[in-house]
Design a protein around this ligand. Structure first.
Ligand SMILES: Cc1cc2nc3c(=O)[nH]c(=O)nc-3n(C[C@H](O)[C@H](O)[C@H](O)COP(=O)(O)O)c2cc1C
Length: 495
């Protein structure tokens, strides 16, 4: 059995777990994971910001097909960066059949993120995708494999057909993926396909087939994935409802607590002994970000833990510094609060948001924002009644538009534009008409207050390596040999 890391730094979209964070974590010998969400837009915006540090260009210089790299660079790069009041130029939204140029952007941006996360060390690196965001899947996975990604992790859906895609791409073979289309009828063409041969300029040797981990929240899903996947599943991340980001919806009828949050019950608890019986390695996620919880996970038979929240606010994460500072101040004051919103995400999954001033966590602030959908990652594919073709709609787009696409008005209630808010979280906020700035919506796991073990009044920031050092502080060194070795080179600031 391959030696897997004990700690997985969870993928955090969009751009919170960027190449810098994943690189810093992987250097410690644990697994750094970049978020694969919206990488095409994030990459195009970095170029429009003048590519500070020249990192995009450096990675592009290693892309196997220089003509494609140069074309994309010259299309989006603005020397010196956009003016402070200039809007970002938009990238086309994804469709079942993407134009070639958009697929190239996906390939290149996924390549660049993994290439940079791997730069300067030889340890494994992973990428995280959300199954629900299906339209960019194929080109994205191929791009990250071209850069030699070691692990692909996928949640927010049932990724039964992903292992087969990875098998095909390892040999540069064509792969297909069934798009979920609301209202689809028999005979409708809902297949997406991607043939590397359409993009290869010169023959390349076979690629590494990355390990595939499914992020799940139920025993049934674990069994289904093992029995029915079209290829090898290498492990599971078992994620509970306290985890940051999107959560799996509770089973059964939706019940809300007095604050209006989704309530989880006994049926949502994963039976760990049954997971152990499956015989695949697994990691526990959601409130496991302490040395004590790591030991508990190991005692329960897990290989380790996946941690998000503790890494989300460290120095190397992509989150805006002003948001980090505001939030860590609240943590120290004991005032940090997280709301699990059953309505905000157009995916229909509960989404956790930190309550922060002047962000979209404030309902009244959000209400002032006109409904606009111009990024489109969370659009749902649906069968257009008029012609039976695949159409795309988002429940946070203008209500009249959504209804004109056969959407139900009740689905629009309380929805927020997560795409624009998540990009604002990483300092890529769109500016409209030279003055209106999109606001962020910061997500976090429930045990945000546990971060007070990493910060103090005197030292309001911490590095990713310190999180690893803290998490593994009670671990016997034979379980974490790579970490013990790497720790000698770390600069650990005492708490
Ligand atoms: C800011 C943030 C963004 C996240 N985004 C994603 C994501 O895009 N995909 C995903 O599978 N999980 C996402 N997660 C979940 C983490 O990968 C991880 O599983 C979770 O945070 C673990 O629980 P913890 O926050 O209690 O440590 C996110 C978590 C945070 C805090």
């Amino acid at each position: 059995m391959p030696k897997h890391p004990v700690i997985i730094q969870g993928g955090m979209g969009a751009g919170v777990s960027d190449w810098r964070l994943a690189n810093a974590v992987s250097r410690t010998g644990q697994l750094g994971v970049v978020s694969g969400t919206a990488l095409d837009v994030i990459f195009a915006r970095r170029l429009q910001d003048g590519d500070p540090g020249g990192h995009m260009r450096r990675a592009l210089d290693h892309f196997p097909f220089p003509a494609v790299a140069d074309r994309i660079y010259s299309e989006y790069y603005i020397p010196g960066g956009r003016g402070p009041k200039d809007s970002y130029r938009l990238v086309p939204m994804h469709e079942r059949v993407n134009p070639k140029a958009l697929n190239e952007l996906l390939i290149v941006s996924n390549f660049v993120e993994i290439w940079l996360a791997r730069e300067g060390h030889n340890n494994p690196v992973g990428i995280n995708y959300l199954e629900k965001i299906q339209l960019p899947h194929l080109a994205s996975m191929y791009g990250s494999m071209l850069a030699g990604v070691h692990y692909v992790l996928m949640g927010a859906g049932i990724p039964l057909k992903v292992p087969g895609v990875l098998d095909s791409f390892a040999n540069h073979k064509k792969a297909t993926y069934q798009l979920t289309v609301a209202g689809a009828q028999e005979g409708d063409d809902c297949t997406m396909s991607f043939d590397p041969a359409d993009y290869l300029e010169t023959p390349l040797p076979p690629l590494r087939r990355p390990h595939f981990f499914a992020i799940i929240a139920s025993n049934t899903l674990a069994t289904t994935l093992v029995r029915k996947s079209n290829g090898r599943v290498d492990g599971f991340i078992i994620e509970g409802p306290t985890a940051g980001g999107h959560n799996a919806p509770p089973r059964g009828k939706l019940v809300l607590n007095e604050k209006g949050e989704a309530v989880y019950g006994e049926r949502d608890v994963v039976d760990l002994p049954k997971i152990v019986e499956i015989g695949l390695p697994f990691w526990l996620a959601g409130g496991y970000g302490t040395p004590e919880k790591l030991n508990e996970a190991l005692e329960d038979g897990a290989t380790g833990i996946q941690v998000g929240t503790a890494f989300a606010y460290c120095e190397e994460s992509g989150l805006r510094h002003d948001y980090k500072r505001m939030l860590l101040k609240k943590v120290l004051a004991g005032e940090a609060a997280v709301f699990t919103d059953p309505r905000s995400s157009p995916t229909g999954f509960p989404f956790k948001a930190v309550l922060l001033e002047n962000t979209n966590s404030e309902t009244e602030t959000y209400k002032k924002r006109p409904r606009i959908c111009d990024l489109g990652y969370l659009r749902e594919s649906y069968r257009r009644p008029e012609d039976g073709q695949v159409g795309y709609r988002c429940s946070s787009e203008p209500v009249t538009v959504y209804i004109s696409k056969a959407g139900a008005v009740e689905d629009t209630v309380g929805r927020k534009c997560l795409c624009n808010a998540l990009l604002a979280n990483i300092g890529q906020q769109q500016i409209r008409a030279g003055k209106h700035e999109e606001l962020g919506l910061v997500t976090s796991g429930d045990d945000l207050l546990a971060l007070n073990r990493l910060v103090s009044e005197e030292c309001m920031s911490y590095a990713a390596a310190e999180v690893v050092e803290y998490l593994t502080s009670n671990m016997p060194s034979q379980i974490i040999p790579r970490q013990a070795e790497a720790a000698q080179h770390l600069h650990i600031v005492p708490a």
